[in-house]
Design a binder for this molecule. Structure first.
Ligand code: GLA
Ligand code: ZN
Length: 716
C-alpha cells in the first residue's frame, strides 16, 4: 500500500512538473545532494577546530575532551590544522602516533574526522633550511620565520614538502573509518613577491598575452606615463616602491595571485585525490572585518570549482554599535547566500564560527544568551549543513588563548557557553531532516570578485569607499526582509533560471556577459542595473562610444556623467508622485529607448531621468541612476516582486527584525523564522505547521521572543 502510494505521489509530482511553465518547475527538481559517501549532507555536522597538538603534554585533558564532546553532541572535529611540527618535528622524521590515537579515540566516541593538511603554518626547521619558502612583501622585504600564511605558494620546495606530507597523511588514514573530509590548509590568502613569483607572474602573462608584448601593452594602456615595456623581464609585480597606477597590471596581478592559490591548492590535493578519491575535499573560505563583507584576495567564484563542498569561516560582530542586529543579520545572510550560490545552490559548511566571542575584533563582545543558537541556525537556514567552531578548547598560551571556545580555561561543562553549544547540538538533531535540502531562489544578485577588484582600484567617485559591497547588501536587504530567497552569483553564472537578476555597479562587463544579459531579458527575464555599470572591459579599459557600453542596448539609455555627493549634499528623485532622497552617486543619463519612471528634482540635472525601464524582447531592463535609500529600494523592488509574484519562504507579512528562510526538497518545506531583534515579535501564520524544535504544532498568532528561532515544517 505504502509503495503504491509513493508511486502515485511520484507520478503526481511528475505531472505537476510537466504541466507547469518552465520557471515554476524548478522547485520540484531540487534533489538532496548525495555526493559524499559519508554523513555530510545526511547528518548535520556539529564540531570544530580541535588542537590536541597543543595539549600533548596533558593527556588527561585530551581524554576529558572526548567526554565533553559527547556531552555537547559534537559529531566532528577538524584536526591537524596547525599540526605540522607535531607530525614532522624534524625533516623526514614523522610522529603520527598521537594523531592515530586521537583519531581512533574520537571515532570511538562518535566524532568524525575532518583532517587538515597543515600547510597554513610550517615548522621552523623548514624556513631555516629552505629560506625560499618565506614570503616576500610588496615592498620586497623578506619575512622572517613565524606567523602563518607566510609561505611562498610558488616555491617548488614548499610545494614538494606539502605534497610529500599530504601523501603520507592520505596513505596512513585512507582507510580510517572516521575520516569524512579533507580540510586543505587554512584560509589561504595573501601574496608573495619573491623572485620565483616574479618569474611565474611573467610566465603567466606570456601565456595570457600569447607571448606578445604588444598585446600586453595595449591591454595595460602602457602609453600612460611612458610605461611601455619592450622586454618581459622589465615586468615586476605591483609595488609601493614601483608601479601601482596601471590598472590592467594590478588586475592581472590579482588574477595571478588568485590563480596561484588555486594552483597551490591543486598541488596539495593531487596525492589526496589519488589515494582517497572518495573522500571529499574543501578549504575554508573566509569573511572580512569590520564589514561583514567577503575576503577579497581570491576569486572564490573560480576556487569553488575546485572544491567538493564550499566551506567558510563566519565571524560577525554581533551586538556591535554601528548597525542593528537586524541589519547585521541581513549582511550575514548575504554572505551565506554567496557561499551557497558558488556551487549552484549545493549546501555548504560553516567551518568555523565562535560559540561566544573572538579575540581579533576591535571590541571583542560576546554573543548574548540566545544569539548562539540563532546565529548558528541562520547559517543552516541559508543552506549550511554544519555548525562548527573555532575553537573547541581555549589554549593556555599565545594569541588565541582568549578567543572564544566551547571549553574554557575552567575546563568543565558548567558554563553558559557550553550549555548554549549543547543546545545547538540538540537542536541540530531535532531538525536533522533538513540536512541536505536545498534553497531555491528566483532572484539573483550579481556580486563578482573581478568587478570588485576593478572598482576598488579605480580612482574616482568616493575614493575612501566606493560602496560596491554595500550596494549589493542594501538591495539584498529588501528581499531578506520579505523572506524572499536570493542567490548571489558571479557574472559568469547562468542567469536563465532566474526571474530577476540584479547587477548593482556592474562596472566591469567581461566578454559575453552583456550578450547573456540580453538573451536573458529577451527571453522574458527582468534585469536591474545601476549607476557605474558598463564602464570597463575585462582589462579595465573604458568602453568607448558611451556608457553603459555593452549594456546600452538592453537598458536603452546612455550615461553622460556621474556626480559624486558629499555626505552633506542632498538630492531627491521623484517616483510615483513621491520624493525619495538619494546619496553618494547620481548618474546623469539620457533615455534612448527606455521609458522614464523617476526624475531628479534638484541640481543641474533636475528633471533628468533617475530610473528607467526598457522593454526589451519579452523582458524588462531597469536602470537605477542614483544610489537610493531603503525606502525607495523597498518601493521599487516591491512592485517588481509583486509583478513577478516572487516566491517567499512564507506567505505572511514579516515584522521588521523577523527574517524567514526556506529550505526544501520534493516533499517538504522547512521555514526558518528568526527574530533578529531585541524585542518580542509576533507573526500570524497562514496555516498549521510542525515546529521541529518544540515538537508541537503551531498555527495562528505565534510570539517570537528576542533572538528566538523556529523551524516550521510543512508538506509541499
Ligand atoms: C580564522 C582561522 C582560525 C582562527 C580564527 C580565529 O578563521 O582560520 O585558525 O585563527 O580565525 O577567529
Ligand atoms: Zn614567492
Amino acid at each position: 500500500m505504502g509503495l503504491q502510494l509513493s508511486i502515485l505521489k511520484i507520478y503526481f509530482l511528475k505531472l505537476k512538473m510537466y504541466s507547469l511553465p518552465e520557471n515554476k518547475r524548478r522547485k520540484f527538481m531540487t534533489k538532496r545532494y548525495d555526493l559524499f559517501n559519508n554523513i555530510i549532507g545526511k547528518e548535520f555536522l556539529h564540531g570544530g577546530d580541535y588542537n590536541p597538538d597543543q595539549w600533548l603534554e596533558y593527556p588527561e585533558i585530551i581524554k576529558e575532551d572526548v567526554r565533553l564532546m559527547k556531552l555537547a553532541h559534537i559529531n566532528c572535529a577538524a584536526i591537524n590544522i596547525f599540526g605540522w611540527s607535531a607530525i614532522e618535528p624534524e625533516e623526514g622524521k614523522y610522529e603520527f602516533e598521537w594523531l592515530d590515537n586521537i583519531m581512533d579515540d574520537l571515532y570511538k566516541a562518535g566524532v568524525n574526522i575532518i583532517l587538515a593538511t597543515p600547510s597554513g603554518a610550517r615548522p621552523a626547521w623548514m624556513s631555516e633550511k629552505y629560506p625560499e619558502v618565506l614570503r616576500v612583501n610588496a615592498d620586497r622585504t623578506k619575512n622572517l620565520h613565524g606567523q602563518r600564511h607566510n609561505h611562498c605558494y610558488t616555491s617548488p620546495v614548499y610545494r614538494q614538502k606539502t605534497s610529500e606530507l599530504n601523501r603520507k597523511l592520505a596513505e596512513r588514514y585512507k582507510n580510517h573509518p572516521g575520516l569524512i573530509l579533507w580540510h586543505i590548509s587554512n584560509e589561504l590568502g595573501g601574496d608573495c613577491h619573491c623572485e620565483l613569483c616574479q618569474e611565474r607572474f611573467r610566465n603567466w602573462l606570456k601565456e595570457k598575452y600569447h607571448n606578445n608584448l604588444d598585446e600586453l601593452n595595449s591591454a595595460w594602456w602602457t602609453g600612460f606615463w611612458s610605461h611601455k615595456f619592450n622586454s618581459w623581464s622589465q615586468i615586476e609585480s605591483p609595488s609601493p616602491l614601483g608601479e601601482m597606477q596601471v590598472h590592467g597590471h594590478n588586475l592581472d596581478w590579482r588574477r595571478f595571485v588568485s590563480d596561484m592559490h588555486i594552483d597551490f591548492y591543486k598541488s596539495e590535493i593531487a596525492p589526496i585525490r589519488e589515494i582517497t578519491p572518495n573522500i571529499p575535499v574543501t578549504t575554508n573560505f573566509m569573511g572580512d572585518y569590520p564589514r561583514m563583507g567577503l575576503f577579497g584576495g581570491i576569486n572564490y567564484g573560480d576556487f569553488a570549482k575546485e572544491v567538493d563542498i564550499v566551506s567558510w569561516d563566519e565571524y560577525p560582530a554581533w551586538h556591535n554599535n554601528w548597525e542593528t542586529t537586524e541589519e547585521l543579520a541581513s549582511n550575514v545572510g548575504f554572505v551565506h547566500d554567496v557561499y551557497r550560490s558558488l556551487k549552484g545552490g549545493q549546501p555548504f559548511l560553516i567551518m568555523e564560527s565562535t560559540p561566544s566571542l573572538v579575540n581579533w575584533h576591535k571590541i571583542n563582545k560576546g554573543k548574548r544568551p540566545g544569539m548562539h543558537l540563532l546565529s548558528s541556525l541562520q547559517g543552516v537556514a541559508h543552506g549550511a549543513d554544519s555548525v562548527q567552531y573555532f575553537q573547541w578548547r581555549k589554549g593556555r598560551g599565545s594569541s588565541e588563548k582568549f578567543h572564544g571556545a566551547v571549553v574554557d580555561h575552567c575546563g568543565h561543562e558548567n558554563t553558559r557557553v557550553f550549555r548554549e553549544v549543547t543546545e545547538v547540538g540538540e537542536s541540530l538533531k531535532k531538525i536533522n531532516e533538513v540536512c541536505g535540502t536545498s534553497v531555491d531562489a528566483e532572484v539573483a544578485i550579481i556580486f563578482d570578485w573581478e568587478n570588485r577588484w576593478a572598482i576598488d582600484d579605480c580612482q574616482a567617485l568616493n575614493n575612501e569607499n566606493k560602496g560596491y559591497i554595500e550596494s549589493c547588501e542594501e538591495y539584498y536587504r529588501v528581499f531578506w526582509r520579505k523572506g524572499i530567497p536570493v542567490d548571489v552569483i558571479t557574472m559568469d553564472a547562468d542567469f536563465s533560471k532566474y526571474k530577476l537578476v540584479i547587477a548593482p555597479m556592474l562596472y566591469m562587463v567581461k566578454p559575453g556577459v552583456a550578450e547573456r544579459i540580453n538573451d536573458f531579458v529577451r527571453n522574458g527575464g527582468n534585469f536591474v542595473t545601476t549607476y557605474f555599470s558598463g564602464i570597463v572591459n575585462e582589462n579595465d579599459l573604458c568602453f568607448l562610444g558611451g556608457f553603459p557600453g555593452p549594456l546600452r542596448e538592453v537598458t536603452g539609455i546612455w550615461e553622460e556623467e556621474i556626480d559624486t555627493l558629499y555626505d552633506t549634499d542632498v538630492n531627491y528623485i521623484e517616483y510615483e508622485g513621491k520624493e525619495y532622497k538619494v546619496k553618494d552617486y547620481c548618474d546623469v543619463i539620457h533615455a534612448e529607448n527606455a521609458e522614464v519612471l523617476a526624475r531628479y528634482t534638484t541640481d543641474y540635472y533636475k528633471g533628468m531621468p533617475a530610473l528607467t525601464r526598457n522593454r526589451y524582447g519579452n523582458g524588462n531592463a531597469y536602470y537605477v541612476a542614483a544610489r537610493t535609500f531603503n525606502d525607495f529600494d523597498t518601493k521599487f523592488f516591491g512592485s517588481i516582486i509583486d509583478e513577478l509574484e516572487l516566491r517567499r519562504a512564507i506567505n505572511i507579512e514579516l515584522p521588521l527584525g523577523v527574517n524567514a528562510e526556506l529550505r526544501e526538497d520534493e516533499e517538504n518545506k522547512y521555514i526558518f523564522l528568526m527574530n533578529f531583534s531585541e524585542e518580542e515579535k509576533s507573526v500570524n501564520l497562514d496555516k498549521e505547521y510542525l515546529d521541529l524544535l518544540s515538537g508541537s504544532k503551531v498555527r495562528g498568532e505565534v510570539k517570537l521572543d528576542k533572538y528566538k528561532v523556529m523551524v516550521l515544517k510543512t508538506n509541499v
